[in-house]
Design a protein around this ligand. Structure first.
Ligand code: NDP
Length: 309
């Protein structure tokens, strides 16, 4: 433990975290960020971002995160690529433990985002990393000229399916109903791709495997319970995300799904602890909205720190 008490510790390094870092660094608060072992958040797993204003040609997710980090570091954000293990918000200054080391801070901004949800179908655990993945950008290239499945009906599923057509010979997109949460433009891009077949009213009951790994799935029609088999060597689950809040051990109020509840602007139930981005957001979940919230949280933290004097 050092005697130092920081003004702001930022936990998490997606667009919310880096924007909070940029603003608090420019406010001369000398922020310290714990970016996690896999810094950059979910956008590190995204291929092209076409809807962030200012990039008419689009930009790769990892490229954007590197630029956001460089911009914040230029103004003095200190970044450590480590995970926060636990926190103690019961008294001030707040305590944050990282690899067993204790850090103290007057305020904290939580920007830990969300992680992929798995289906939990029979046989899934055994095939994780052997054919079943939640990240087409990471694993798609392993499935050149192979037949793969994508599960989900939102933008993530459409994006993954479209991306996978670069490698796979055929992509079958399975959705549990016939109404799609995906935006029209992304749905139609998938629908019009000759390598993608969309099948509605299909859920995965169990995964099938042979000695080489994943070999297929048993699908169920949720309307009548009828089943069929489909063969595939790869499957990508894109059914949404859950917020990363376990390390908080319920010290900050959340909703039932674990999303942090904002009480006053971006301040949480703990005075001096702020939250921004997907860890709070059950509605928008966009890079641009996360970045906007990161800015709000940094301004809120700055004003709150001023009021403490
Ligand atoms: P969504 O919540 O939008 O969609 C999840 C999909 O998975 C839904 O179709 C849902 O079905 C289905 N699903 C959920 N649970 C199950 C289950 N147990 N079994 C089968 N299917 C299931 O999540 P996304 O990750 O797609 O998107 C999250 C946010 O990120 C959205 O706001 C989206 O716009 C954004 N995004 C934007 C992108 C872009 O613009 N480039 C790219 C990717 C995401 P049902 O409809 O029946 O509930």
């Amino acid at each position: 433990m050092t005697d130092e008490v920081r003004n702001v510790i930022i936990i998490g390094s997606g667009p919310a975290g880096y924007t909070a870092g940029l603003y608090s660094a420019r406010a001369l608060l000398e922020p310290l960020m714990f970016a996690g072992y896999m810094s950059g958040g979910q956008l590190m797993l995204t291929s092209d971002i076409e809807n962030f204003p200012g990039y008419p040609e689009g930009i790769g997710g990892p490229e954007m995160m590197i630029q956001l980090r460089e911009q914040a570091e230029k103004f003095g954000l200190e970044v450590q690529d480590k995970n926060v293990e636990r926190v103690d918000f019961s008294e001030k200054p707040f305590k944050v433990w990282v690899e067993g080391e204790e850090f103290r801070s007057k305020s904290v901004i939580i920007c830990t985002g969300a992680e992929s949800i798995w289906l939990g179908a029979e046989g899934e655990e055994e095939q994780k990393g052997r054919g079943i993945s939640t990240c087409a950008t990471c694993d798609g290239a392993f499935f050149r000229e192979q037949e793969v499945l994508v599960i989900g009906g939102g933008d993530s599923a459409m994006e993954e399916a479209t991306f996978l057509t670069r490698f796979a010979s055929k992509v079958t997109l399975l959705h549990r109903r016939d109404v799609f949460k995906a935006s029209k433009v992304m749905y139609e891009r998938a629908l019009n791709n000759p390598k993608i077949e969309i099948k509605t009213f299909k859920t995965v009951r169990s995964w099938l495997s042979d000695e080489t790994g994943l070999s297929g799935a048993v699908l169920e029609d949720p309307r009548d319970g009828s089943t069929e088999e489909i063969s595939c060597t790869g499957a990508f689950i894109a059914i949404g995300h859950k917020p990363i809040t376990n390390f908080l051990e319920e010290q900050v109020e959340t909703d039932e799904a674990g999303y942090i509840l904002a009480k006053t602007h971006t301040m949480t139930s703990v005075d001096g602890v702020f939250a921004a981005g997907d860890v709070v957001d059950t509605r928008y979940r966009q890079a641009i909205t996360a970045a906007g919230m990161g800015c709000q949280a940094a301004i809120d933290a700055e004003k709150w720190l001023e009021d403490q004097h």
